[in-house]
Design a protein around this ligand. Structure first.
Ligand code: CP
Ligand code: NVA
Length: 311
């Protein structure tokens, strides 16, 4: 099916249909296969990306910036202290001004409303580089990684164990879009948002993806093709970190949990990791682990996305 993403925003992974996700992954794989040719052809020559960061980052910043360099374009890093979004200037004015200079905006924010506001007011595409609600770029990289290892997405069973957070939300919606079954395993009270669950189930009804939330790790991990985790306390939740450590004890990827999954289950983590908490260091270094492929694929997935948005 012909897909045209030119000029679109990516605020939520659900903004992309299943065919559009496949198109991004195909373009990412094509760009990944021959970096030399991509650099020579420079598909984003003359294009500039503004990167707004209200939170720290390693992968998102470096993958977008190196990605733009590889594609022949340019990226500008805007730290929280540079533009003081919402303090020195309104989100609306920042979106309107940046749109006069740059071809693309990527933003990492706290409340999802901030990136939604940027998307509403900018006249160039806006990409969500993580909000408290979602992390769609991460999930594009994750789907690329799973597809590389398993040669398919539809019909697999992915299990996310930990906090029902932004990564869990985007994984549920993305899995639903591509027909991948998804089980989220959390302690009571830490489940994903009900609205995201309902949206995921509605999208999954169209693709055959079963989306469920359970509270028992062993039950949830049964026959998993993918075991995924993330930090228990996300950026902005530092004050809750100690209490969460108690609530999440046992909700981690380790040898015990892996016994319940398929023997060739992929181990995934968006990183940064806390090896004494949500994932065991040894588990993260087994041949089943794809965590550094995920990190690398951030760049390829985003490159595919950016070329389809503005190339
Ligand atoms: N996974 C991820 O988004 O990493 P950073 O927070 O380092 O960008
Ligand atoms: N859930 C984590 C993801 C970090 C990439 C956070 O929001 O901090």
């Amino acid at each position: 099916m012909a897909v045209n993403l030119r000029g679109r925003n990516l605020l939520s992974i659900k903004d992309l249909s299943g065919d559009e996700i496949t198109a991004v992954l195909d373009k990412a794989a094509e760009l990944k296969a021959d970096r030399r040719r991509v650099f020579d052809e420079a598909p984003l020559a003359g294009k500039t990306l503004a990167m707004i960061f209200l939170k720290p980052s390693l992968r998102t910043r470096v993958s977008f910036e190196t990605g733009m360099t590889l594609l022949g374009g340019h990226a500008i890093y805007l730290a929280p202290t540079d533009i003081k979004l919402g303090q020195r200037e309104t989100t609306e004015d920042i979106a309107l001004v940046l749109s006069r200079y740059v071809d693309l905006i990527m933003a990492r924010v706290f409340g999802h409303d901030t990136v939604a506001d940027l998307g509403r007011h900018a006249t160039v595409p806006v990409i969500n580089g993580l909000s408290d609600l979602e992390h769609p770029c991460q999930i594009l990289a994750d789907l690329l990684t799973i597809r590389e290892r398993k040669n398919r997405l539809a019909g697999l069973k992915a299990v996310f164990i930990g906090d029902g957070n932004n990564v869990a939300h985007s994984l549920m919606l993305g899995a639903a879009r591509v027909g991948m079954h998804m089980t989220v395993v959390t302690p009571h009270g830490c489940e994903p948002q009900e609205q995201v669950l309902q949206e995921s189930r509605a999208l999954g009804a169209a693709t055959g993806a079963r989306i469920e939330v359970v509270n028992d790790p062993a039950t949830g991990a049964r026959e998993a093709d993918v075991l995924y985790t993330d930090v228990w306390a996300s950026m902005g939740q530092e004050a809750e970190a100690e209490a969460k450590k108690r609530a999440f004890s046992g909700f981690r990827i380790d040898a015990d949990l892996m016994k319940h999954a398929k023997s060739d289950a992929i181990i995934m983590h968006c990183l940064p990791a806390h090896y004494d908490e949500e994932i065991d260091y040894a588990a993260s270094r087994t041949p089943n682990s794809a965590i550094f492929d995920q990190a690398e694929n951030r760049m390829h997935a985003q490159n595919g996305l950016m070329v389809l948005l503005v190339g």
